[in-house]
Write a protein that binds this ligand. Sequence first.
Ligand SMILES: Cc1cc2nc3c(=O)[nH]c(=O)nc-3n(C[C@H](O)[C@H](O)[C@H](O)COP(=O)(O)O)c2cc1C
Length: 308
Amino acid sequence: MLEINLSGLKLKSPIILASGVLGVSFSSMKRVINAGAGAVTTKSIGPKSRKGYKNPSIIEIYPGTFMNSVGLGNPGIDEFILEIKEIKENNIPLIVSVFGDTKDVYLEVATKAEKAGANAIEINISCPHAEVASIGIDKDLTYKVVKYLKEHLSVPLFVKLNPNVTFLGDIALAAEKGGADGVVAINTLTALKIDVNTKRPILSHGSGGLSGKAIHPIAIKKVYDLYKILNIPIIGCGGIDSWEDVIEFFLAGASAVQIGTALYREIEIIKEINKGIIQYLKEHQYKSINDIKGLAHKFKIQEVPDFD
Ligand SMILES: Cc1cc2nc3c(=O)[nH]c(=O)nc-3n(C[C@H](O)[C@H](O)[C@H](O)COP(=O)(O)O)c2cc1C
């Protein structure tokens, strides 16, 4: 009931580990798979090792809602290849998230990841607190980077969207036109928290990316709007904490989902979510999670209020 085929990737569950959360080592990714995830996405990997911002770089601002500015700290692709190889030896479906500052750097990292065994590449053009944000806010740049990568890669290519733009649909359409095999919606929302006593931003970098519970309805709206205009699959991401959150993403039009922040509380939550989805599908007499995709669009919303 939970199996999906995501642009050729056959997954046992539609739940995928989101990038940046537990995705830096084979052992943590294995735990996520053992808890029932269909695939894992790695932390975004660049060409060279990078420290990221100093602490505090992550804070919980409301229960289940976090702000982070970890700043793409990562070991660099050459070091990370060892991790990729171990993951592949254990047959774990693997999406490697990559970033760079030019299209050639993206290609260099993605090619190394593909050769090491990645089943798909996700490009992070969307991190709101690093220089790569500039690609994800520009539809022409997005098109160019995606098209260039598609010309050289054989595995599916997913584009992680930056929600901090006015017209997300234009960026998503540019990714589709460039040949992307899917989009991930959404990355974190840019945010700022100030300590009233010290009168300074709490995170060392100042601003950060908002994730977790508070962003779920925003992510649902983005997926709902994108479903109306895209032909490629949408991977819903943002604030998943329960099976209902996943069902909502599918009803809005998602073909798969990613989960991140909620795993700080408990990795085993994935097991509960899978169970909840199966029970929902049975109760509503659906054979597969695919059968509920986009169903919310059948409901005719009121476009313009009536006059009295
Ligand atoms: C601590 C942390 C680090 C993250 N690092 C990355 C990253 O390296 N690359 C990326 O594309 N997204 C990164 N994200 C964003 C998540 O993949 C996801 O898009 C976002 O957190 C929303 O999902 P969630 O509410 O389930 O966490 C990070 C999120 C968090 C909380």
